[in-house]
Design a protein around this ligand. Structure first.
Ligand code: PRP
Ligand code: URA
Length: 215
C-alpha cells in the first residue's frame, strides 16, 4: 500500500519565502497582476531544490588573479515543459534562474464533468531523449493532467523527468506516484484534500483563470 508520508521521491519545499508568497496568492482578493508575478517568483525559488542534483564537470579557468580548477554544469541543456495554461505562469521565473534551458509545451485541459485530461497540443525541442525534462504545473489535483503529461514525455524516450507544482492534494500525489514511481515530485505546499468538484482545499482556486484573468 502506497504511503505518502514515507516517500523520499516527494519533496515539499516549505521554505519560509515560498510559504509567505503562497499565502499571498491563496488570498481570494489577490489580483491578477500580483498573482501572476508571485507564481513566477515561487517557480524561480523552487529551482534551487529541483536542480540540486544536476551533474557538474571539471573545467580550467583563469580568474583575474590566478588559474583555477572549478566546475560547470555538464550534459545536454535541460527542458522546462509547462502544462498549459497555468504552467506557463511559472516558466519565466524558472528561466530567470536557468536562462539556457529549452522549453516544451504540453496542452492539456481538465474536462469539467469527468475531470479527465484532454490533450490539445504538444511541442518539444528536438532531441528530447537524454535530457532532463522538468514538467511544471502549479496545481496537482486528481493527478490526471500530470500523469498524462509524463506519459507524453516518456513516449518520446525521455528517462529523466521531474514534476514540479505549487499546491498539491494528497489524492493527486498518490495517483502520480503510483502511475510514475520513477518521477520525483517537488511541491511547495501539500494541502488537505480535493472537494467534490476536484478543486484543492484550501488551495488557491482556479490557477489558470487567476493567472490569465479569465474569470
Ligand atoms: C488545471 C491545472 C492542472 C490541472 C490539475 O488546469 O493547471 O493542469 O487543472 O488538475 P488534475 O490534477 O485534476 O488533472 P485546467 O484543466 O484548469 O486548465 P487551464 O490551466 O488551461 O485552465
Ligand atoms: N485546477 C486548479 O486550477 N485548481 C484546483 O484547485 C484544481 C485544479
Amino acid at each position: 500500500m502506497y504511503n505518502l508520508n514515507n516517500d523520499n521521491m516527494v519533496l515539499v519545499i516549505d521554505h519560509p519565502l515560498i510559504t509567505h508568497k503562497l499565502t499571498q496568492i491563496r488570498k481570494k482578493d489577490t489580483g491578477t497582476n500580483e498573482f501572476r508575478q508571485i507564481v513566477n517568483e515561487i517557480g524561480g525559488l523552487m529551482v534551487y531544490e529541483i536542480t540540486r542534483d544536476l551533474e557538474l564537470e571539471d573545467v580550467d579557468i583563469e580568474t583575474p588573479v590566478a588559474p583555477m580548477k572549478t566546475k560547470q554544469l555538464a550534459g545536454e541543456k535541460l527542458v522546462v515543459c509547462p502544462i498549459l495554461r497555468a504552467g506557463l505562469g511559472m516558466v519565466d521565473g524558472i528561466l530567470q534562474m536557468m536562462p539556457s534551458a529549452r522549453v516544451g509545451h504540453i496542452g492539456l485541459y481538465r474536462d469539467e464533468e469527468t475531470l479527465k485530461p484532454v490533450e490539445y497540443f504538444a511541442k518539444f525541442p528536438n532531441k528530447l531523449e537524454g535530457r532532463l525534462v522538468i514538467i511544471v504545473d502549479p496545481m496537482l489535483a486528481t493527478g490526471g493532467s500530470a500523469i498524462a503529461a509524463i506519459d507524453l514525455v516518456k513516449k518520446r524516450g525521455v528517462k529523466n523527468i521531474k514534476f514540479v507544482c505549487l499546491v498539491a492534494a494528497p489524492e493527486g500525489v498518490t495517483a502520480l506516484r503510483i502511475a510514475h514511481p520513477d518521477v520525483p515530485v517537488y511541491i511547495a505546499a501539500l494541502d488537505e484534500k480535493l472537494n467534490n468538484k476536484g478543486y484543492i482545499v484550501p488551495g488557491l482556486g482556479d490557477c489558470g483563470d487567476r493567472i490569465f484573468g479569465t474569470k
